[in-house]
Design a binder for this molecule. Structure first.
Ligand SMILES: NC(=O)c1ccc[n+]([C@@H]2O[C@H](COP(=O)([O-])OP(=O)(O)OC[C@H]3O[C@@H](n4cnc5c(N)ncnc54)[C@H](O)[C@@H]3O)[C@@H](O)[C@H]2O)c1
Ligand SMILES: [Fe+2]
Length: 381
């Protein structure tokens, strides 16, 4: 089954296998003459990236690339990227990759026009209004994983390399002008990345769905996103070339990002310090901490999860859903404990202090106190 569509929600999304070939057209349409393709180091030498550069080059847009980008990208990557953007005289960014390449690319486009430090634009209150929004270069986003949904989101996650904290940087214009969702680009993801990124999409939908704020639109999107992950993530994991499964996971990822405008929760609050300190994969970390957080939140979400379970065709209400999450993790090779990802118990106090001030903590349906965070970390590690 081939899925091709043009959507204009939440931005212009060109969805379908093979549509990377339209890359140069969309860059030109948003006014780029000399784009900088930003991706992470790992992707920079892969054929999908070289092909994207060939497409730009063939259309007279050059083949400039900045790939000095780590997984869990940081402020040093960002500074170097902004320098490359300015030195090269670029006028737009092709943000290409998983969340790391996408977020750093979006941040380069944003910071190319700012005079204040990036931390002044953390996702707190109306801090984003401090930005010079005319200075933001246009962004065309091309996801190569199906998880973060950064291609459909207004945030960028940047690690502060001094304090080892992950900061969510927010501005409405972080939303790319055009996003190309081409599921063929995700076919080469290693199994562990397919699993981890897919579980990130699941975590976004789950936490958005459970957060207590009033946002029925997000609620509906989150629920259908959960269903897509349930139906298609095991298929994509089993057979990476299953394009129908890959396509539906790309949808689920974008839907997760749209849905979490409603809020995230303690899965992300715990996962952010772990990722910042131990450099673990974000989605995989979420998957490990998910069951303990579900149990912690149970008093506030039992009925909600029971309705989600009914929609997903899972019998047994909250308990049935909980068991389903455990089975899914097992099927995807997700370890049971964070220790399997290299996380030790020696920094629990520090990570707990970071977790409770993470901006996502405010969306958790049960208050995440310092004590609770410590107990959850002990259980997860
Ligand atoms: N902006 C947001 O709203 C948002 C939401 C969630 C997570 N994030 C951030 O996104 C980052 C994680 O992104 P991610 O999970 O997509 O992982 P990633 O971008 O770090 O990629 C993981 C690895 O997979 C490789 N890779 C990517 N695509 C590939 C492909 N098609 N084939 C082969 N290898 C491929 C990369 O080179 C990298 O080594 C974290 O920094 C996280 O904090 C951002
Ligand atoms: Fe996430």
């Amino acid at each position: 089954m081939t899925i091709t569509a043009n959507w204009s929600y939440p931005t212009a999304i060109k969805f379908g296998a093979g549509r990377i070939k339209e890359l140069a057209d969309h860059c030109k349409a948003v006014g780029m003459k000399k784009p900088l393709l930003v991706t992470d180091r790992g992707l920079s030498t892969m054929p999908i990236t070289q092909n994207a550069l060939d497409i730009l080059d063939a259309a007279g847009l050059g083949r400039a690339m900045f790939a000095d980008v780590d997984p869990n990208p940081n402020d040093k990557n960002l500074d170097a990227g902004v320098k490359a953007f300015k030195d090269g005289g670029h006028d737009g960014v092709v943000a290409f990759g998983g969340g790391s390449g996408l977020d750093l690319g979006k941040a380069v486009a944003f910071m190319s026009g700012q005079t204040r430090p990036v931390w002044d634009f953390e996702d707190i209150g109306d801090w984003w209004t401090r930005a010079n929004s005319d200075g933001i270069a246009p962004i065309v986003a091309v996801p190569t994983t199906a998880g973060t949904g950064s291609e459909a989101g207004r945030a960028s996650v940047v690690t502060n390399s001094e304090t080892h904290t992950k900061k969510v940087i927010f501005h409405p214009k972080f939303l790319p002008s055009v996003t190309i969702c081409d599921p063929e680009l995700t076919v080469g993801m290693p199994k562990v990345i397919t699993a981890g990124t897919g579980m990130d999409a699941f975590a976004h939908c789950l936490e958005a769905y459970c957060s207590p704020f009033y946002h029925p639109m997000s609620q509906g999107i989150a629920l259908e996103g959960l269903r897509l992950v349930k139906e298609y993530l095991p298929r994509a994991y089993k057979d990476g070339t299953d394009i129908e499964a890959r396509a539906n996971m790309m949808s689920a990822a974008a839907m997760g990002a749209v849905a979490f405008q409603k809020g995230l929760g303690a899965i992300h609050s715990l996962s952010h310090p772990v990722g910042a300190i131990y450099n673990t994969h974000h989605g995989m970390t979420n998957a490990v901490v998910m069951p303990p957080v579900l149990t912690f939140n149970r008093p506030a979400i039992e009925a909600k999860i029971a309705s989600a379970a009914a929609y997903l065709g899972i019998a047994g209400g909250f308990d049935g859903f909980f068991d389903y999450v455990l089975r899914l993790r097992e099927e995807l090779g997700v370890p049971d404990k964070l220790s399997a990802l290299g996380v030790g118990t020696d920094r629990i106090d520090e990570m707990s202090a970071m977790a409770i001030v993470d901006p996502t903590a405010g969306g958790n349906p049960v208050e995440l106190t310092l004590d609770a965070a410590k107990r959850l970390f002990v259980e997860c590690i």
